[in-house]
Design a protein around this ligand. Structure first.
Ligand code: SAM
Length: 255
């Protein structure tokens, strides 16, 4: 097998096909509405791990000025391409920056911080989580809210050895071809609370010939976020909001 790439790396198919795969993911339905309800009308929003701008654009379309930061240049390049195709009054409400959520300091405050679709779960659940919560606190006024969408630990623990030949997603792609995903490896490491997956992306042309194939590693970390958030000055504001049966949106208040 060719070398396994990290998710969202330059040239990765996880970045190239992120929008297509995410659009097919029913577990994310309604997430933007939850974030929008947490901000005052027209309030400024900082998105940690903005990726290709799925949530950034949807919030800007609802009238919120949004700054999205991400560590992946490949994902930000897609976000900028998406922004360039929008109406000027929407595009001007959005800004993207390269940045690491564990160490960001934009030297300004926002009305809401969001970290959608398991963004925080990409970094280890220890000092990196505490530093990311500190980033949220640093960018919020006293009393401001921060929302982090995190996976369900119980589901991660159920991870079983996958059938590497089984197609788990088969979607049409522009040009008449198809994208097929298979899970080559999946296991949960209890000691570090990490779900490790290797996902194979296969792009086929309209004749069914494989034109690109890439195995990419996706890891998610999960632990109780409340103590780490508290250590950074964020208090749990309400019971976690269930989303799509695979995760919860945890809402914290900057105290
Ligand atoms: C699943 S995507 C979510 C993208 C977008 N927010 C959405 O909901 O569709 C997670 C994103 O987090 C980014 N990410 C991972 N670690 C990061 C870090 N330390 N700092 C900033 N972004 C990070 C990844 O590059 C990726 O674009």
């Amino acid at each position: 097998m060719a070398a396994i790439k990290p998710y969202y790396a330059p040239g990765s198919l996880s970045a190239a096909f992120y929008d297509l795969v995410t659009a097919a993911d029913a577990a994310l339905a309604g997430d933007v509405a939850v974030y929008a309800q947490l901000a005052p009308a027209g309030g400024s929003i900082l998105e940690l791990g903005a990726g290709s701008g799925r949530v950034t654009v949807a919030l800007a379309e609802r009238g919120f000025p949004v700054t999205g930061i991400d560590i992946s240049r490949a994902m930000l390049a897609q976000a900028e391409r998406r922004r360039a195709g929008l109406a000027p009054e929407i595009a001007e409400r959005m800004a993207f920056r390269l940045g690491d959520m564990t160490a960001l300091d934009l030297k300004r405050r926002f009305d809401l911080v969001v970290c959608p679709y398991f963004g925080l779960a990409h970094v280890p659940a220890g000092a990196a989580w505490k530093n990311s919560f500190a980033t949220a606190a640093r960018h919020l006024a006293s009393g401001g809210l921060a929302a982090f969408h995190l996976p369900l630990l119980a589901l991660m623990r159920q991870a079983s050895q996958p059938d590497p030949k089984a197609v788990v997603l088969d979607e049409p792609i522009p040009g008449g071809g198809r994208l097929r995903l298979r899970v080559l490896e999946r296991r949960f490491r209890e000691g570090v609370g990490r779900l490790e997956q290797v996902i194979e992306y296969e792009a086929l042309d309209a004749k069914g010939t494989t034109v690109r194939r890439s195995a990419e590693r996706l890891s998610y970390y999960m632990a109780d976020p409340a103590p780490l958030a508290a250590a950074a000055g964020l208090a749990l504001d309400r019971a976690p909001i269930a989303l799509g049966g695979v995760g919860d949106i945890w809402v914290f208040r900057n105290i």
